[in-house]
Design a protein around this ligand. Structure first.
Ligand SMILES: NS(=O)(=O)/N=C1/NCCO1
Ligand SMILES: [Zn+2]
Length: 265
């Protein structure tokens, strides 16, 4: 029987380690990026991000976030700090109850309104995503910070499906001409990278994070649409108050001596 976890109350992040022991590990995510302590690494080759359109298959509300699954062997990531080739599996976001919080990673203590995770698995070393997700070097997560500003037209291709996934486990089929690459910032050469973990249970320590320095803007109305997704959390079930998904970000975890590399000086 899968163990319930969430972002508040006794099933919240402070108790995840009780049922998911890796959540108490030494290389957990997210972390704060102290830009005065990052180390420039001149050895990184250019990041190679090759996504195609028509590769997104379905959007699901998994009770913790919306998740766009991608079913293609054409969407690949390699280069940069990566030794192997990784294939895009899904993307999702983390956000908060207002525009002042929501990202999982922070930069010099600054938290953004949301954070985009494009999850890839190592197809050179492993035979399936399920195998890769718990192995060192198994996962690479391309990450972009999101702040409130001008409307982002690309995001409307995702948000237009939200009415079909209001309820938990809701799923909507996606077959329009959409390329997730449009969700990334223009500057894809400046990023930070470090070795961490899944930020959701079971928090496997299998993740290489690649975090773009340039922040993507979406409108406040688009951010409000993120928050419009429903989740059945204990607090709301009792009070019956209007169900909304809020604060689905994990708090900052100890760095434990890890060094965050920078692709830029
Ligand atoms: N937030 S995260 O680190 O991407 N976590 C997950 N869990 C399954 C896939 O990505
Ligand atoms: Zn995530």
């Amino acid at each position: 029987k899968p163990v319930a976890w969430g972002y508040e109350g006794d099933i919240g992040p402070c108790n995840w380690h009780k049922y998911f022991p890796k959540a108490g590990g030494k290389r957990q995510s997210p972390i704060d990026i102290d830009t005065s302590a990052t180390q420039y690494d001149g050895s990184f080759k250019p990041l190679r991000i090759h996504y195609d359109s028509h590769m997104c298959s379905s959007l699901t509300n998994n009770g913790h976030t919306f998740c766009m699954s991608v079913n293609s062997d054409q969407c690949n990531l390699s280069g940069g700090p990566l030794e192997d080739k990784y294939r895009l599996l899904q993307f999702h976001c983390h956000w908060g109850s207002d525009d002042t919080k929501g990202s999982e990673h922070t930069v010099d203590g600054h938290q953004y309104a949301a954070e985009l995770h494009l999850v890839h698995w190592n197809t050179d070393k492993f035979k399936s995503a399920d195998e890769a997700i718990e192995k060192n070097q198994g996962i690479a997560v391309l990450t972009a910070f999101i702040k409130a500003g001008k409307e982002h037209r690309g995001w409307n291709h995702v948000l237009s499906h939200f009415k079909d996934i209001k309820k938990v486990q809701g799923t909507s089929t996606v077959n329009e001409d959409f390329n997730p690459k449009c969700l990334l910032p223009e500057n894809q050469t400046d990023y930070w990278t470090y070795e961490g973990s899944l930020t959701t249970p079971p928090c496997h320590e299998s993740v290489r994070f690649i975090i773009f320095k340039e922040v993507v803007e979406v409108s406040s109305e688009q951010l409000a649409q993120f928050r419009s997704l429903c989740v059945c959390s204990s607090r709301k079930r009792d009070t019956g108050e209007d169900e909304h998904l809020v604060d689905n970000f994990r708090p900052i975890q100890p760095l434990n001596g890890r060094v965050v590399k920078a692709s830029f000086q």
